[in-house]
Design a binder for this molecule. Structure first.
Ligand SMILES: Nc1nc2c(c(=O)[nH]1)N[C@H]1C(S)=C(S)[C@@H](COP(=O)(O)O)O[C@H]1N2
Ligand SMILES: [Mo]
Length: 192
Protein backbone atom coordinates (compact mmCIF):
# COMPACT_ATOMS: atom_id res chain seq x y z
CA UNK A 1 0.00 0.00 0.00
CA UNK A 2 1.46 3.37 -0.97
CA UNK A 3 1.31 5.84 1.90
CA UNK A 4 2.34 9.45 1.74
CA UNK A 5 5.01 9.82 4.39
CA UNK A 6 2.88 12.28 6.42
CA UNK A 7 0.31 9.49 6.86
CA UNK A 8 3.06 7.44 8.47
CA UNK A 9 4.13 10.02 11.02
CA UNK A 10 2.12 10.00 14.29
CA UNK A 11 0.90 13.26 15.84
CA UNK A 12 3.64 15.41 17.38
CA UNK A 13 6.48 13.53 15.64
CA UNK A 14 9.14 14.79 13.17
CA UNK A 15 11.06 12.61 10.73
CA UNK A 16 14.80 12.30 11.26
CA UNK A 17 17.27 10.97 8.68
CA UNK A 18 19.99 10.05 11.19
CA UNK A 19 19.48 7.42 13.86
CA UNK A 20 19.82 9.07 17.30
CA UNK A 21 21.28 7.19 20.27
CA UNK A 22 19.23 7.43 23.45
CA UNK A 23 19.47 5.55 26.72
CA UNK A 24 20.00 5.95 30.43
CA UNK A 25 23.47 5.08 31.76
CA UNK A 26 26.49 3.61 29.99
CA UNK A 27 26.91 1.13 27.15
CA UNK A 28 27.37 -2.31 28.74
CA UNK A 29 30.30 -4.54 27.90
CA UNK A 30 29.36 -7.72 26.03
CA UNK A 31 30.91 -11.04 27.05
CA UNK A 32 29.57 -13.92 24.90
CA UNK A 33 30.77 -16.52 27.44
CA UNK A 34 28.63 -15.18 30.30
CA UNK A 35 25.74 -13.76 28.24
CA UNK A 36 22.46 -15.59 28.63
CA UNK A 37 18.81 -15.07 27.77
CA UNK A 38 16.13 -16.14 30.26
CA UNK A 39 12.42 -16.75 29.79
CA UNK A 40 10.79 -16.96 33.19
CA UNK A 41 7.79 -15.96 35.29
CA UNK A 42 4.43 -17.47 34.29
CA UNK A 43 5.79 -20.34 32.17
CA UNK A 44 5.62 -24.08 32.84
CA UNK A 45 9.43 -24.49 32.65
CA UNK A 46 11.80 -21.50 32.65
CA UNK A 47 14.40 -21.53 29.87
CA UNK A 48 17.95 -20.20 29.82
CA UNK A 49 19.76 -19.88 26.50
CA UNK A 50 23.47 -19.34 25.98
CA UNK A 51 24.61 -16.86 23.35
CA UNK A 52 25.28 -19.68 20.86
CA UNK A 53 21.88 -21.21 21.53
CA UNK A 54 20.17 -17.88 20.95
CA UNK A 55 22.14 -17.28 17.74
CA UNK A 56 21.01 -20.68 16.46
CA UNK A 57 17.33 -19.62 16.48
CA UNK A 58 15.70 -18.84 13.12
CA UNK A 59 15.84 -15.23 11.96
CA UNK A 60 13.72 -12.99 9.79
CA UNK A 61 13.66 -9.34 8.81
CA UNK A 62 11.03 -6.62 9.08
CA UNK A 63 10.88 -3.09 7.71
CA UNK A 64 9.02 -0.65 9.94
CA UNK A 65 8.85 2.98 11.07
CA UNK A 66 10.05 3.72 14.61
CA UNK A 67 8.83 6.51 16.87
CA UNK A 68 10.67 7.90 19.89
CA UNK A 69 8.69 9.70 22.58
CA UNK A 70 11.19 12.60 22.36
CA UNK A 71 9.43 13.31 19.00
CA UNK A 72 11.77 11.83 16.37
CA UNK A 73 10.52 9.19 13.97
CA UNK A 74 12.67 7.23 11.55
CA UNK A 75 10.89 5.71 8.57
CA UNK A 76 11.52 2.42 6.85
CA UNK A 77 14.11 0.84 9.12
CA UNK A 78 14.97 -2.78 8.41
CA UNK A 79 15.70 -5.00 11.40
CA UNK A 80 16.95 -8.58 11.30
CA UNK A 81 16.69 -10.99 14.17
CA UNK A 82 14.75 -13.71 15.91
CA UNK A 83 10.95 -13.29 15.89
CA UNK A 84 9.77 -12.85 19.48
CA UNK A 85 7.21 -15.52 18.68
CA UNK A 86 10.00 -18.06 18.07
CA UNK A 87 11.48 -17.23 21.48
CA UNK A 88 8.11 -17.61 23.22
CA UNK A 89 7.57 -20.92 21.40
CA UNK A 90 10.42 -22.33 23.54
CA UNK A 91 8.17 -22.24 26.62
CA UNK A 92 4.63 -23.11 27.59
CA UNK A 93 3.03 -19.85 28.66
CA UNK A 94 0.62 -20.15 31.57
CA UNK A 95 -2.90 -19.01 30.65
CA UNK A 96 -2.91 -16.22 33.25
CA UNK A 97 0.08 -14.44 31.63
CA UNK A 98 -1.01 -11.18 30.00
CA UNK A 99 1.98 -8.85 30.34
CA UNK A 100 5.73 -9.07 29.87
CA UNK A 101 8.59 -7.40 31.67
CA UNK A 102 11.57 -7.12 29.33
CA UNK A 103 14.85 -7.31 31.25
CA UNK A 104 18.07 -5.76 29.96
CA UNK A 105 21.62 -5.13 31.18
CA UNK A 106 22.19 -3.01 34.29
CA UNK A 107 18.66 -3.53 35.60
CA UNK A 108 16.86 -1.72 32.76
CA UNK A 109 13.36 -3.05 32.30
CA UNK A 110 10.26 -2.15 30.33
CA UNK A 111 6.74 -3.54 30.42
CA UNK A 112 4.30 -4.31 27.63
CA UNK A 113 1.19 -6.37 26.94
CA UNK A 114 2.06 -9.94 25.88
CA UNK A 115 0.07 -9.53 22.64
CA UNK A 116 2.77 -7.19 21.27
CA UNK A 117 5.42 -9.89 21.67
CA UNK A 118 3.19 -12.49 20.04
CA UNK A 119 2.57 -10.25 17.01
CA UNK A 120 4.56 -10.85 13.84
CA UNK A 121 6.38 -7.48 13.96
CA UNK A 122 8.16 -8.13 17.29
CA UNK A 123 11.81 -9.02 16.87
CA UNK A 124 14.88 -9.65 19.00
CA UNK A 125 17.20 -7.91 16.57
CA UNK A 126 20.94 -8.10 16.07
CA UNK A 127 21.10 -6.12 12.80
CA UNK A 128 19.63 -2.88 11.50
CA UNK A 129 19.69 -1.51 7.96
CA UNK A 130 22.02 -4.23 6.74
CA UNK A 131 24.70 -4.03 9.43
CA UNK A 132 25.27 -5.50 12.88
CA UNK A 133 23.93 -3.27 15.64
CA UNK A 134 26.57 -0.99 17.08
CA UNK A 135 27.14 -1.26 20.84
CA UNK A 136 25.28 2.07 21.32
CA UNK A 137 22.20 0.73 19.53
CA UNK A 138 22.06 -2.45 21.61
CA UNK A 139 24.59 -5.02 20.37
CA UNK A 140 24.37 -7.98 20.71
CA UNK A 141 20.59 -8.01 21.06
CA UNK A 142 17.76 -5.53 21.28
CA UNK A 143 14.04 -5.84 21.23
CA UNK A 144 12.12 -4.09 18.43
CA UNK A 145 8.42 -3.36 19.05
CA UNK A 146 7.59 -0.96 16.20
CA UNK A 147 3.98 -0.26 17.19
CA UNK A 148 4.90 1.26 20.55
CA UNK A 149 7.15 4.22 21.36
CA UNK A 150 10.76 3.17 21.02
CA UNK A 151 11.57 3.17 24.74
CA UNK A 152 9.75 -0.19 24.85
CA UNK A 153 12.40 -1.53 22.43
CA UNK A 154 14.94 -2.43 25.11
CA UNK A 155 18.60 -2.47 24.09
CA UNK A 156 21.04 -5.07 25.50
CA UNK A 157 18.10 -7.31 26.32
CA UNK A 158 18.74 -10.39 28.49
CA UNK A 159 15.35 -11.90 29.16
CA UNK A 160 11.60 -11.74 29.38
CA UNK A 161 9.35 -12.35 32.36
CA UNK A 162 5.73 -13.37 31.84
CA UNK A 163 3.33 -11.69 34.28
CA UNK A 164 -0.38 -11.75 35.11
CA UNK A 165 -0.55 -8.05 36.01
CA UNK A 166 1.11 -5.02 34.46
CA UNK A 167 4.08 -3.60 36.38
CA UNK A 168 5.99 -0.42 35.58
CA UNK A 169 9.49 -0.67 34.06
CA UNK A 170 12.28 1.91 34.27
CA UNK A 171 10.94 4.74 32.11
CA UNK A 172 7.37 3.90 33.11
CA UNK A 173 8.30 4.49 36.78
CA UNK A 174 9.80 7.80 35.68
CA UNK A 175 6.64 9.23 34.14
CA UNK A 176 6.35 7.50 30.79
CA UNK A 177 3.07 5.86 29.84
CA UNK A 178 2.38 2.21 30.77
CA UNK A 179 1.27 1.42 27.21
CA UNK A 180 2.92 3.97 24.87
CA UNK A 181 0.99 3.89 21.57
CA UNK A 182 2.39 6.69 19.34
CA UNK A 183 -0.86 7.00 17.38
CA UNK A 184 -2.72 7.80 20.62
CA UNK A 185 0.17 9.97 21.88
CA UNK A 186 0.46 7.90 25.03
CA UNK A 187 3.66 9.67 26.04
CA UNK A 188 3.40 10.31 29.77
CA UNK A 189 1.38 8.78 32.56
CA UNK A 190 0.38 12.07 34.16
CA UNK A 191 -0.27 15.51 32.69
CA UNK A 192 2.10 18.23 33.92
N1 LIG B 1 18.64 -0.95 27.97
C1 LIG B 1 18.03 0.17 27.56
N2 LIG B 1 17.28 0.14 26.46
C2 LIG B 1 16.67 1.26 26.01
C3 LIG B 1 16.78 2.47 26.73
C4 LIG B 1 17.56 2.49 27.91
O1 LIG B 1 17.68 3.51 28.62
N3 LIG B 1 18.19 1.32 28.28
N4 LIG B 1 16.14 3.60 26.26
C5 LIG B 1 15.04 3.42 25.32
C6 LIG B 1 14.73 4.65 24.64
S1 LIG B 1 14.09 5.89 25.60
C7 LIG B 1 14.83 4.78 23.29
S2 LIG B 1 14.21 6.13 22.47
C8 LIG B 1 15.51 3.77 22.47
C9 LIG B 1 16.59 4.39 21.64
O2 LIG B 1 17.22 3.43 20.86
P1 LIG B 1 18.42 3.90 19.94
O3 LIG B 1 19.46 4.52 20.83
O4 LIG B 1 18.90 2.69 19.22
O5 LIG B 1 17.84 4.93 18.99
O6 LIG B 1 16.09 2.76 23.27
C10 LIG B 1 15.27 2.30 24.31
N5 LIG B 1 15.91 1.18 24.89
MO1 LIG C 1 13.18 7.43 24.13
Amino acid sequence: MAHRSEDRVPPGQRVTEKWPVLHYGGVPRFDPASWDFRIFGLVEEPVRLSYDEFRALPTTSITRDIHCVTTWSRLGMTFEGVPARAVLDLVRIRPEARFVMVHAEAGFETNLPLEYLLADDALFASRADGADLTPEHGWPLRLVIPRLYFWKSAKWVRGIELMAEDRAGFWERNGYHMHGDPWKEERYSQPW
